[in-house]
Design a protein around this ligand. Structure first.
Ligand SMILES: Nc1nc2c(ncn2[C@@H]2O[C@H](COP(=O)(O)OP(=O)(O)OP(=O)(O)O)[C@@H](O)[C@H]2O)c(=O)[nH]1
Length: 303
């Protein structure tokens, strides 16, 4: 590609408390589902990149696991991964949920951020859930948290001001050539995306302990050119026999429903029919086992 003087490119890391809306914002910017989202905190376990290609810039967005007080090895790995993503980035976007009071967690993240050399944008997210009074109070409170190069109040669900965020971030990117191929949208391997799309359906189907206790791995996937069909064999790992029973459900109803929903999403992602085989295995206490966490690719995404 011809690099003109005006072309800008660089890395924008999104950080915030769990559930602040980071993954939803990335999907809204990309105009398609790249990241999984759910109301369960700690949905994001992989640090991955989504690449926004426009004629005059390339913006590489880094989604990070929500920063929080870690309770186990998985939590620690996720925090380390998110903080690491602040090193060597051009822009850090700090998401603060506009509909919730600013808390200790937000203050701690803001402090970490102030140490980074990156340009900083404060994003007030989910403003569709807040009224004008709340938004302006949140704006004032966010200004007290640190020095920001820009502040944007937006809703990733309605799309309001999403483009304004992109424009602000673009202005803060340095001039430079594209770092990634111009047709690339994410650095997540297909296998990882498939496992994540399946995990999302489980997060959305169960409350409480189950979402945190599961890990999903693709055991095998192959494309049948003749039938234009992907055959995918995936394993859902749980920590206890009782959890296995819950995932499978009465007469296999629960796992069947997960399979149907996941298959629809995967057909959209892969652009062809999908045969999906899901099985459930117990791997005791995998969340305390750093090696197993890495095997799943959670945290740094390094298997
Ligand atoms: N109403 C509303 N809901 C939103 C908005 N953005 C995100 N959400 C919801 O908030 C929840 C969390 O969104 P995510 O994008 O998964 O949040 P996250 O910051 O990536 O979460 P972690 O993976 O836990 O770090 C989901 O249920 C989203 O649908 C928004 O602009 N408006």
């Amino acid at each position: 590609m011809l690099v003109t003087e005006e072309f800008r490119s660089g890395f924008v890391t999104l950080v915030g408390r769990p559930n602040a809306g980071k993954s939803t914002l990335i999907n809204a910017i990309m105009g398609k589902k790249i990241a999984i989202t759910s109301s369960t905190v700690q949905t994001t376990r992989h640090r991955f990149r989504a690449v926004l290609n426009r004629p005059d810039f390339q913006m590489i967005m880094v989604d990070t696991p929500g920063l929080h007080k870690p309770k186990d090895a998985l939590g620690e790995e996720l925090n380390t991964s998110a903080l690491k993503a602040l090193e060597d980035v051009d822009v850090a976007a700090f998401l603060v949920d506009a509909s919730k009071p600013i808390g200790k967690g937000d203050r701690w993240i803001a402090e970490q951020l102030q140490r980074s050399c990156a340009k900083k944008i404060c994003v007030l997210s989910k403003i569709d859930l807040a009224d004008d009074r709340q938004i302006s109070a949140q704006r004032e409170a966010a200004e007290q948290l640190g020095q920001w190069d820009a502040m944007v109040a937006l809703s990733a669900v309605t799309g309001y001001n999403v483009e304004a965020f992109v424009e602000e971030a673009e202005q803060l990117l340095p001039p430079g050539p594209a770092w990634f191929p111009r047709d690339m949208e994410t650095d997540q391997p297909l296998e990882v995306m498939i496992a994540e799309f399946i995990r999302e359906k489980i997060l959305r189907s169960f409350n409480d302990e189950i979402p945190h206790a599961i890990g999903v791995a693709v055991d095998e996937f192959e494309y049948d050119r003749r039938k234009d069909l992907y055959r995918i064999f995936a394993i859902i790992y749980v920590e206890r026999d009782s959890q296995k029973g819950i995932i499978i459900g009465k007469k296999g109803q629960a796992i069947k429903a997960i399979g149907i929903e996941a298959r629809e999403d995967l057909e959209h992602l892969l652009g062809c029919r999908v045969f999906l085989d899901l099985s459930v295995k117990v791997r005791k206490n995998w969340r305390r086992d750093a090696n197993q966490i890495r095997r799943f690719g959670y945290g740094d995404g390094v298997a």
